[in-house]
Every structure is written in structure tokens, then in C-alpha cells.
Design a protein around this ligand. Structure first.
Ligand code: SF4
Length: 509
């Protein structure tokens, strides 16, 4: 699809609207005078200043048939600033484009023209500025075309988060530990994880664990020197339980040796896949002081599990869940994915109902990136899939069923490259919410990350709102260049010092 621009440049925003309806289409942007031909699908957007007013128009050509809309808005001078004027032009063009595509394809993406990743932040920001909820709601609904269903979800999420945001202490941080290994690779996996399939790979893991323990020690020293206090711990991956019980114990023992584990508010280990979970590993996790585990079915449909390359059955997930309860875990999260290849609306509903019947503290519903599933398994045409609104109906079912069952949405972020840019939502029974998930999604707490692929984020400590330090992505680079990883941790001292200097300068001014 080609997008032609005439007199304006809202490249990413207009492309974002097109992607709601055509998630895997490739775009070609043309800024010069358009030579749009009906042989191709295209979008032509124009902004013309005509006398006092601004004339905006959108023409869409699909399958040789053209549809156009136009609107006139007030002149630039009637806006507070050029930025506000541009934003209004952009919004009106996006609304027109959305309306045309909605009419042509017969589907209404539920988040309207809102394409940002964190819609809940808009509500929080506007509440902070003193706007009443009805006004915020009306604005998002009328000006950004957000559906009532998604507005309910976003407002409820903002309400659930509110007390936890207030509890956040300024000098606190979360510790993230990455275990980038899995026993095999799921076909849709987008994480940096390496399948453990050979003796050679197992030896590498031992080396990785040894170095990871050294990075944990170094991180604890830096945190201590900078007077940062540990709030939550999250061990993720990959699948941490892909390690042997002995390797896992070495990592968790290092955390216990260098950090004040008894005083953290939350300690999570992702147990992830049922085919990696044993009583011995669960007891290692429990004895290390972890309070939460995640056991992720993704689906309870055996045929779908097989299709995505999982080497376990739905019953194995139930058995692992019961085992975790027997080992004394009460805070258990289960992840499900809407839109898995081979799944159906009915299959997803059955999976969700089964998860609810097991009564875990948290159920997280993800939507699969359509791009990946399209690359891998697409069996129907993309347009038919978009029209079927299957993933949208799945997430709507999840929202209704989980809220009725006493689960509240507590964190929400939207996924790029999904039909309608659908959302990932963590639902939790009251007082079982994962603080780490809220803080990391909202980027409001410092994260010190250890391990391959880890990204340390210093929030409010440097001269920028967020300063990032990246570890090497892959475990072999991490091993080969480990001394550099350690020296990157020293950057934290520099960033904090620069932040302090800037602050005292501001105070003097
Ligand atoms: S369990 Fe998760 S991290 Fe491991 S391969 Fe599957 S999707 Fe990737």
C-alpha cells in the first residue's frame, strides 16, 4: 500500500491507523505531488490552507474503488500554538482515515485512533491535571473513537493501580534477572531465548550461571553505594525453570547472599512451562523466599499446544499448578494468549473458563502479534481474519468473564502489530497484583537488570527522565564479553552523579 502526502507529514500516525486494519501490509510513503493510480491500493491525505481555514481530506483506493472524506477546521491562529494546530490536523486526518477503512472493511478496531502503548497513562495524566472522569471519557470516546468496552477496561485498570502507584518510594528499585534459556522453542516466541538441546548448551548454561552470580554481586554493591533500596525481584526469561534445580539454586542463593530478600515486597520467579517444573525446583524457589510463580498454559487446547511447539499437554499444566499449590505457593499467575495459530474463538473461551475454574490469583491475557502468526501459520486471508475480529472477540470475552469472576485489570499495555493493536492485560484478585508488572510497564521505577538481554532503567536518577544501560542480548555474547557487562554497571555511578549535579545546579539557580 502506498501512502501519499500532500501538504503535511503525519507519516507514523497515518501508517498506524492503516496498520489497525492491515497489520502485515508494507507501506511506501510518497511526499511529492501524488500520482495515485487506481491500479494500486493507496491512501492520499491532503492539508490545504484555503483563505482563513484549513481544508483536510483523505482518499482511500482499495481494489480499484475510491472513498473520500473531507473536513474543514479553524485557522492556525485560533489554536494556542502551532503544535496544537498540527495535533488537531493529525487527529482529524486519522479520524477520517479510520472511518473510511471502518466502512470499507466492516470492522471497528476497539481502541479507535489511539495507537499508543499505554492508554491508562492518559487517564492518570488527565486525572492528575484535575479533569473529571466523565470529561476524560467523553474526550477519548468522541475525539479518539475509543469504544466503551475499552474505556471501561482502561478506567478500571487506572483505579486498581492507583493505591500501588502511591505506595512507590522514590529511591526504590526492582531487580530483574534474565535466564535466556528454554527446553525447546515455541513457534511464536519473540523472546531472546535459547533452546537447551545438547550437552554443549548445558555446559554454556553453567558458565552463564557463574557469571550471572558475579553480576548480581556487582549490582548489589552499586545499589548499596547509591543508597537504592530493593523493592521487588523478578526472575524471568526465557524460562528460569529450564535451569536444573542446582543451577537455579545457585542463582537464587546469590540473590539471597547479596540482597535484603526478607524485606522485599514481592519476589517472582517465572516457572513458565509445565515441562520444566518439578517439585525440587519449586522447593528451591520457595526456600529462596520467592512469593509468586507464574505457570503459563497459554492455551488449554492440546491441539493448539502441539501446533505452537509446546511439548506438554493441558493436563501437565494443571498438574504443575496443583504441585505449586502443594509446595505452598498461593500467588500463582497463569498466562493465556488470544489469537494463537490454530485456536478458535470457542477454544480460547474454553481455555479461559478452565483457567478461571483453577482459581489462580492472577490471569494475564496476551494477544499474539499477528505479524508473527501471519509469518508462521496464516491459513485464511488477512482481510477475512481482520473482518472476523476473532482476537478482539476473545479479549472481550476475557474482559467480561474475568471481571465477573472477581478479577480486576491491574496493568495494561497495547501490542504493536496486532489487529486493532489489541492489549495485554494482567487481571488479579484484589490484593494479589504484581507490583513489578505495574512499575515496569509504566516505567516509573528504576530497574537494575542482570543477565543477557537485561536492560537497566534508571528512572529519575540521571539528567534524563530515564537512562538505559543495555546488556548484551544473547547468552554467548554475555559470556564472551562479560567484563564489559560489569564495567557497564559502573555507568550507574556516573549517571547518578550527573543527576545529582544537575539537581544541585537547579537548586542554586
Ligand atoms: S516458553 Fe516462552 S520464552 Fe520459552 S520458547 Fe516458549 S515463548 Fe519463548
Amino acid at each position: 500500500m502506498t501512502i501519499y502526502f500532500n501538504g503535511q507529514q503525519f507519516k507514523y500516525e497515518l501508517e498506524g491507523i492503516c496498520k489497525l486494519f492491515f497489520p502485515v501490509v508494507r507501506f511506501e510513503h510518497r511526499f511529492e505531488e501524488p500520482v495515485a493510480s487506481e491500479e494500486h491500493d493507496y491512501v492520499l491525505t491532503c492539508r490545504d490552507v484555503q483563505g482563513e481555514n484549513t481544508h483536510l481530506s483523505v482518499t482511500v483506493c482499495l481494489d480499484g474503488e475510491k472513498t473520500a472524506r473531507e473536513e474543514t477546521i479553524a485557522p492556525e491562529i485560533s489554536f494556542g500554538s502551532l503544535r496544537e494546530y498540527d495535533q488537531e490536523c493529525e487527529r482529524v486526518l486519522c479520524v477520517m482515515l479510520y472511518r473510511i477503512l471502518e466502512e470499507r472493511l466492516g470492522v471497528s478496531p476497539r481502541w479507535g485512533i489511539l495507537t499508543g502503548v499505554r492508554p491508562v497513562n492518559i487517564i492518570q495524566r488527565e486525572r492528575k491535571a484535575g479533569k473529571p472522569d466523565e470529561e476524560i471519557r467523553a474526550g477519548l470516546h468522541d475525539r479518539f473513537l475509543v469504544s466503551d468496552e475499552k474505556l471501561d477496561l482502561a478506567f478500571l485498570t487506572a483505579d486498581t493501580q492507583e493505591p500501588m502507584l502511591k505506595e512507590l518510594k522514590p529511591d526504590s528499585f526492582s531487580l530483574y534477572i534474565a535466564i535466556p534459556f528454554c527446553v525447546s522453542r515455541c513457534s511464536y516466541c519473540s523472546f531472546v531465548s535459547h533452546a537447551i538441546t545438547s550437552r554443549k548448551a548445558t555446559d554454556k548454561i553453567d558458565e552463564y550461571v557463574t557469571l550471572l552470580c558475579r553480576e548480581i554481586e556487582k549490582t548489589a554493591q552499586v545499589a548499596k553505594d547509591e543508597h537504592l533500596s530493593l523493592d521487588t525481584i523478578y526472575v524471568g526469561g526465557g524460562t528460569p525453570t529450564a535451569l536444573s534445580a542446582e543451577q537455579l539454586k545457585r542463582v537464587l542463593d546469590a540473590v539471597a547472599a547479596y540482597f535484603d530478600v526478607p524485606h522485599v515486597r514481592e519476589y517472582t520467579v517465572e516457572a513458565g512451562r509445565a515441562d520444566t517444573i518439578t517439585r525440587e525446583k519449586l522447593m528451591v524457589i520457595k526456600e529462596a523466599g520467592a512469593t509468586r510463580v507464574s505457570i503459563n498454559p497459554q492455551t488449554f487446547e492440546d491441539a493448539v499446544l502441539q501446533k505452537i511447539g509446546r511439548k506438554h499437554t493441558a493436563q501437565d499444566v494443571v498438574d504443575s499448578y496443583e504441585l505449586a499449590k502443594e509446595c505452598g505457593f498461593t500467588m500463582i499467575n497463569m498466562d493465556l494468549i488470544a489469537g494463537l495459530p490454530g485456536d478458535t474463538y470457542e477454544g480460547f473461551c474454553r481455555s479461559l473458563d478452565r483457567a478461571v475454574s483453577l482459581d489462580p490469583a492472577n490471569i494475564t491475557v496476551h494477544t499474539l502479534s499477528i505479524k508473527r502468526s501471519a509469518d508462521l501459520f496464516f491459513e485464511t486471508s488477512m482481510r477475512d481474519y481482520v473482518k472476523s475480529d476473532m482476537t478482539g472477540r476473545m479479549t472481550a470475552y476475557a474482559q467480561k468473564t474475568l471481571i465477573n469472576a472477581g478479577y480486576f485489570p491491574y496493568y495494561l499495555y497495547r501490542q504493536k502489530n496486532t489487529v486493532g493493536n489489541l492489549e495485554n492485560v494482567g487481571y488479579a484478585k484484589k490484593h494479589t497484583e504484581s507490583l513489578y508488572n505495574i512499575y515496569i510497564m509504566d516505567e516509573i521505577q528504576t530497574i537494575l537488570a542482570c543477565g543477557a538481554g537485561g536492560v537497566t532503567k534508571l528512572v529519575g536518577l540521571g539528567t534524563e527522565p530515564i537512562s538505559r544501560i543495555f546488556n548484551y542480548k544473547y547468552h554467548f555474547e554475555y559470556i564472551d564479553r562479560f567484563e564489559e557487562i560489569l564495567s557497564r554497571k559502573d555507568r550507574i555511578y556516573d549517571i547518578c552523579r550527573e543527576g545529582r549535579e544537575q539537581q544541585s545546579k537547579r537548586q542554586l539557580d
